[in-house]
Design a protein around this ligand. Structure first.
Ligand SMILES: *[C@@H]1O[C@H](CO)[C@@H](O)[C@H](O)[C@H]1NC(C)=O
Ligand SMILES: *[C@@H]1O[C@H](CO)[C@@H](O)[C@H](O)[C@H]1NC(C)=O
Length: 206
């Protein structure tokens, strides 16, 4: 066990240099996306790219399905809790997994959400970045892409942040991709941190 932790520490040190997902000081603060419309973010999203994250290396075909927990709340345009179904395939075993969570926006027009898993996440993941916590849609055009971001404080050591790029399809064309990368650069996030998610031979039923 001690050896494993030591190795993890080494990998983190390595990531610090090559990926830049770690920083000193506090998590950067981003404002909510202006006039965020929660209704338009509903539906299915596929993970197309994301920042490198060791515990996630074996997963692929990740899909998020957002739906209002309460249909009536949408009609009234109130703050409503979203149910989030996260489906992935383990690329090593081929077995699918579904995790259900709930996202509560800070206000009716806010893209900053408090997310809680219904199911407990494996410890290996919660060690680096808790599955539950604050997640933020930094930017989305609703129809093609959404940039999701989360940051975890590592106490006096600094912080670790993660970026996910979701699409309405499993890939982006050139126009959309350059729009996403431009948005990231404007937010001071380095597109070089992103790796293409494993989306080959995904089951249609997922
Ligand atoms: C949010 O989007 C929905 C669906 O496009 C639309 O009907 C609604 O008017 C929008 N809400 C606001 C406040 O713009
Ligand atoms: C990419 O897709 C968008 C949205 O469907 C479209 O407006 C744009 O023309 C496409 N660009 C290319 C190069 O196909």
């Amino acid at each position: 066990m001690m050896k494993l932790i030591g190795f993890g520490g080494f990998v983190c040190g390595f990531l610090l240099v090559t990926v830049g997902g770690y920083g000193f000081g506090r998590c950067p603060k981003y404002p909510s996306m202006p006039k965020f419309n929660l209704t338009r973010i509903l539906g299915d999203w596929y993970e197309v790219e994301r920042s490198f994250y060791l515990p996630e290396i074996a997963s692929g075909c990740t899909k998020l399905a957002f739906q209002p927990e309460n249909e009536n709340a949408v009609k009234l345009n109130n703050i409503f809790r979203l149910e989030v179904a996260i489906k992935t395939i383990n690329r090593l075993t081929g077995s699918p997994s579904i995790n259900i969570g709930y996202a509560t926006p800070e206000s009716s027009r806010s893209s900053i959400m408090d997310f809680k898993f219904n199911t407990r996440f494996p410890d290996v993941i919660s060690r680096l970045l808790p599955g539950s916590g604050k997640y933020q849609v930094l930017f989305s055009d609703y129809d093609n892409f959404a940039i999701l971001w989360s940051c975890a404080s590592l106490g006096p050591i600094g912080y670790a942040d993660q970026i996910w790029i979701f699409g309405r399809d499993r890939d982006f064309n050139v126009t959309i991709r350059s729009k996403i990368y431009d948005s990231l650069k404007r937010l001071g996030l380095e597109p070089d941190r992103l790796v293409i998610s494993k989306n080959k031979n995904c089951p249609i039923t997922l």
